[in-house]
Design a protein around this ligand. Structure first.
Ligand SMILES: [Zn+2]
Length: 156
């Protein structure tokens, strides 16, 4: 079971408006009950420890400060063009504060605390492929941390 963050987002690919864009999240773990979480909704503080995003399929970009806001990167599916653009989810004081469409460049990555591990891996594969052979001194293996790949390879 997963919950869904729902927010109005604009697709950066087709420029279409998605008034009810959805991002699946396993952030609430076993408490997930298919809830539609919207900006302003409260989240249980127990679900917002550093450990729980890791259990929920997110990789760490950098550790959030204790009691500070948590920003998560994940993809949504545009209902108009089926693209999978990125969005930033911000949670602060136990409340869903914002869901914002973003272009995932290096500054955006570094402003987040967590990123969807599956989608980060897909993106890491694509940016790694673009530059194949470009810097052979960087030994990369399939087990390499995908966040490190993105940190080095994303533009910006
Ligand atoms: Zn679109």
């Amino acid at each position: 079971m997963f919950d869904t963050f729902i927010a109005p987002l604009r697709c950066p690919v087709c420029n279409g408006d998605a008034p009810e864009a959805e991002l699946q999240t396993y952030l609430r773990g076993v408490s997930a009950d298919g809830s539609a979480l919207r900006v302003g909704d409260q989240l249980d503080a127990a679900d917002l420890t550093t450990e729980s995003p890791l259990d929920a399929g997110y990789a760490v970009v950098r550790e959030p400060e204790v009691g500070g806001p948590i920003r998560l990167l994940d993809v949504w599916i545009c209902p108009s063009c089926q693209a999978e653009p990125w969005a930033m989810v911000e949670i602060a004081d136990g409340q869903l504060r914002a869901v914002t469409a973003v272009v995932l460049d290096r500054p955006t990555l570094l402003s987040a605390h967590f990123i969807s591990e599956t989608n980060a891996a897909i993106l890491a594969d694509s940016v790694r492929g673009d530059l194949e052979g470009a810097d052979e001194d960087v030994a990369e293996s399939v087990v390499e941390d995908v966040v490190d790949v993105l940190r080095r390879r994303l533009p910006g």
